[in-house]
Write a protein that binds this ligand. Structure first.
Ligand code: FE
Length: 348
């Protein structure tokens, strides 16, 4: 009995093998035509990212498909789509949002020796569900024709009455503002942030401009004297025009340090192209970290997360500074509180 079924099983397998071999022989291209892709939900909108992804595709044959949106809208999509999401990767401009996504189970851990080696522990999730790829300092930008650097010190000091009608800030709706206020709350507590930072800032009647680039341009044009922006927006404009009257000041150097956020990635919990996503992450953390000026982060003038990667010379010209050492998770933990506090204090 068992001999007969073994024999018939063997016969079936031989037929199957023959069919499969024939199919390959008839159309060998078909065997290799499965397209290799990785689908990214990206909150980044920088043109500089495109050459990086093109280079990744050239080197690996994996096509990168981008779907862009605000951090909040991408998180909403991931929540709504659940296991049906077409996204393999979430790419954000804020570590706090990656922390929130991980907390909600939207990301999965990646056990990769390459990533552990390339990205310092303080720039990634302790459970390896997300990894920082670039670092961005939230700095003070000032017009040297209007302001001496000795007049500047901390973020909070911009609440001094001397800055009335001289400030340009990003609105409360933007993740950069929310992350900054979250870090303040983590450091000082909500009451101090409200009374010693946000209310004095608002009393100085800042202009709210929903673009860091335009804040830099407005400072350069004399429309305001001081702003708060990510450092690379200043670097980008100085690279184009070295004579532009804007300078970077790193705040809180006599206190905890300047607030630094991350742009980074996590792989979605149900990623269908998980291997390709891991390959992308590993590539961005190593080869893609800024080997030349057109690649990430050099192309965007950010600080690489990988300490072995070179820093763009314009960015390096800003000098070294003390970084606020709080864990990046705090930017997510205090985000809801920051949003409520911004609304309550009348910060637009
Ligand atoms: Fe940005």
């Amino acid at each position: 009995m068992s001999r007969i079924s073994n024999r018939s099983l063997l016969r079936m397998l031989s037929v199957l093998f023959l069919v499969a071999t024939l199919a390959l022989w008839v159309n060998p291209a078909q065997a290799q035509s499965v397209p290799q892709v990785v689908n990214i939900y990206s909150a980044r909108h920088y043109g500089a990212m495109e050459p990086v992804f093109q280079r990744f595709t050239q080197e690996t044959g994996i096509e990168v498909r981008l779907s862009q949106g605000s951090t909040q809208s991408l998180l909403e999509r991931l929540r709504a789509e659940g296991r049906q999401t077409p996204a393999d990767v979430l790419f954000t401009i804020d570590a706090g949002s990656l922390w929130i996504a991980a907390q909600e189970g939207l990301l999965q851990p990646v056990d990769s020796a390459v990533l552990r080696q390339a990205i310092p522990a303080n720039l990634r999730d302790p459970q390896n569900r997300w990894f920082g790829l670039t670092q961005r300092a939230r700095v003070i930008v000032y017009n040297p024709n209007k302001v001496r650097p000795s007049e500047l010190s901390t973020y909070a000091a911009l609440g001094d009455r001397k800055w009335r009608n001289r400030l340009c800030f990003r609105p409360a709706s933007h993740i950069y503002t929310q992350a900054l206020i979250s870090s303040f709350i983590a450091l000082h507590g909500e009451k101090v942030v409200e009374e010693a930072i946000l209310r004095p800032w608002v009393a100085n009647r800042p202009q709210f401009i929903d673009s860091d680039s335009r804040i830099v341009e407005t400072v350069a044009a004399g429309g305001c004297d001081v702003g708060i922006v990510n450092h690379y927006y200043v670097a980008q404009q100085l690279a184009r025009n070295p004579n532009l009257p804007v300078r970077v000041f790193f705040p809180n150097q006599t206190e905890a340090g300047t607030v630094v956020n991350l742009s980074g990635m996590g792989i979605t919990a149900s990623a269908r192209n998980r291997d390709n996503a891991v390959r992308l992450l590993e590539w961005l953390a190593t080869t893609g970290q800024g080997a030349d000026a057109s690649t990430l982060p050099g192309g965007n003038y950010e600080y690489p997360a990988n300490p072995a990667a070179p820093v763009n010379p314009v960015t390096a010209s800003f000098g070294t500074f003390i970084i606020d050492p709080q864990p990046k998770s705090e930017l997510g933990r205090f985000q809801p509180q920051a949003i409520r506090l911004l609304a309550r204090t009348g910060y637009k």
